[in-house]
Design a protein around this ligand. Structure first.
Ligand SMILES: Cc1cc2nc3c(=O)[nH]c(=O)nc-3n(C[C@H](O)[C@H](O)[C@H](O)COP(=O)(O)OP(=O)(O)OC[C@H]3O[C@@H](n4cnc5c(N)ncnc54)[C@H](O)[C@@H]3O)c2cc1C
Length: 390
């Protein structure tokens, strides 16, 4: 059997790439191989599913600028009625809190960059924060930045289903299977080996294997600085804190956003490091020991809190610079990467899928220049400095 393009991993990145490839070339034979079509442990399914324009680099802002339009008018963007009319975008904004002396200037610089690319970011004084969200304590703040539009949260599984169904309608084939090896020679991948024993000859391969992206790279003798990192997410009930218009709040040691009548919150553990790709044991102590004290100090309405649910997801953490690693590998021209999203991949999937498809079909970035994020930087060790990583 032969495919023009084999995509390893059929969650949001693989499905987006399949969608864009078959939209741009309906005759292309695209085969997506997914080891677990329930997606139970895919980051896509375990995501907090939020989108923001508040990044510190132009390319990440531009990626989200495309993403928000695509997500807002999802069915029209897809060009198909695939049973996902809307992703229920809740456009409450992100509020980043700053406490340092430098924060007002840094936030003003970032806001200027974002506004130049179409965002609406506002930089606020602590008094402005208190006026808009009186339930927050602001005495330790020096500044805050808020996105009054184009930021919020949406239906992650709807996004995946939409890409997947539309890609199938356009002719992409999704198959259940595990990729266990790559056959390559003279700087090109020739075939993909499956656990079933089958070998699939291909013209190009796309690595969309999430936290297992480095395993796939190694099958072609390549190193990828991506590892799974555990994030425990808590859904909490706080009866004295009902603020449905609340933004996604990014504070020094945690983030928080409303989730219907409850709240979602999480932190980065102090001893953050790689975990086993199969380790989904929650770090339950993080809520009591790390988050709650800081949350209560910021918002006294969180005095009575009950954890009603929790889950563990893994970031596909890029240890070089916590940013996407994209495009063909310099040592293997027909092996494309969409990896290392480090906690902001869901919102990037529309633009990154389009970019990868353009690169596969036309040999370079077209609509949006993604050069800053090319995977080749792992060979030089040159980090891409994005300061707004959560
Ligand atoms: C707790 C948490 C919160 C997050 N919050 C946000 C957020 O608010 N906003 C945002 O934009 N992003 C967020 N992210 C990040 C975002 O969810 C991910 O970047 C994105 O979903 C990555 O998609 P993916 O398709 O690359 O990877 P995944 O969703 O992990 O999918 C990879 C797929 O590859 C398959 N696979 C792996 N190996 C093989 C193999 N050998 N053969 C076949 N298939 C294979 C897997 O089964 C899996 O389905 C969050 C992530 C987590 C964990």
């Amino acid at each position: 059997m032969k495919a023009d393009v084999v995509i390893v991993g059929g969650a949001v990145m693989g499905a987006s790439a399949a969608y864009w490839l078959t939209r741009m070339d309906p005759n292309l034979r695209v085969r997506v191989i997914e080891r677990d079509p329930s997606y139970a442990r895919a980051a896509t399914a375990l995501s907090v599913a939020s989108i923001r324009q508040q990044f510190s680099t132009g390319v990440n802002v531009a990626i989200s600028a495309f993403g928000i339009g695509f997500i807002r008018d999802f069915q029209a963007s897809l060009g198909h009625d695939v049973g996902v009319p809307s992703l229920g975008l809740q456009e409450n904004g992100y509020l980043f809190l700053g406490r340092s002396a430098e924060a007002p200037q840094i936030m003003a610089d970032h806001a200027a960059l974002q506004r130049g690319l179409g965002a609406a970011t506002e930089v606020w004084s602590p008094a402005q924060v208190a006026a808009r969200f009186p339930w927050l304590k602001v005495d330790d703040l020096t500044a805050a930045s808020f996105g009054p539009r184009d930021e919020g949260w949406f239906d992650n599984m709807g996004l995946l289903a939409g890409f997947r169904n539309a890609a199938k309608a356009q002719g992409a084939v999704f198959a259940t299977g595990e990729v266990t090896g790559l056959r390559y020679a003279n700087g090109r991948v020739m075939a993909v080996e499956l656990a079933s024993g089958e070998a699939l000859a291909c013209g190009a391969v796309i690595n969309a294997a999430g936290t297992r992206g480095a395993v796939i790279a190694r099958m072609a003798g390549l190193d990828l600085p991506v590892e799974p990192r555990k994030r425990t997410v808590f859904v909490i009930d706080a009866p004295n804190a009902r603020h449905p218009d609340a933004p996604l709040l990014v504070d020094a040691g945690f983030y928080l956003r409303p989730e219907r009548q409850h709240w979602i919150t999480a932190t980065v553990p102090n001893d953050d490091g790689p975990c086993d790709a199969n380790d989904f044991e929650p770090d339950l102590h993080l809520f009591e020991d790390v988050i709650w004290e800081q949350l209560y100090a910021r918002a006294p309405g969180f005095d009575a809190v009950k954890v009603v649910r929790h889950w563990v997801g893994h970031y596909d953490y890029n240890t070089l610079d916590q940013n996407a690693l994209l495009g063909p590998h310099p040592k293997m021209a027909n092996f494309y990467f969409m990896n290392g999203f480090s906690g902001h991949g869901l919102q990037q999937s529309p633009a990154v899928g389009r970019g990868i498809a353009e690169h596969v079909l036309q040999g370079g970035w077209q609509t949006l220049d993604l050069t800053d994020l090319t995977v080749g930087r792992v060979l030089t060790g040159r980090a891409f400095a994005e300061q707004a990583i959560i």
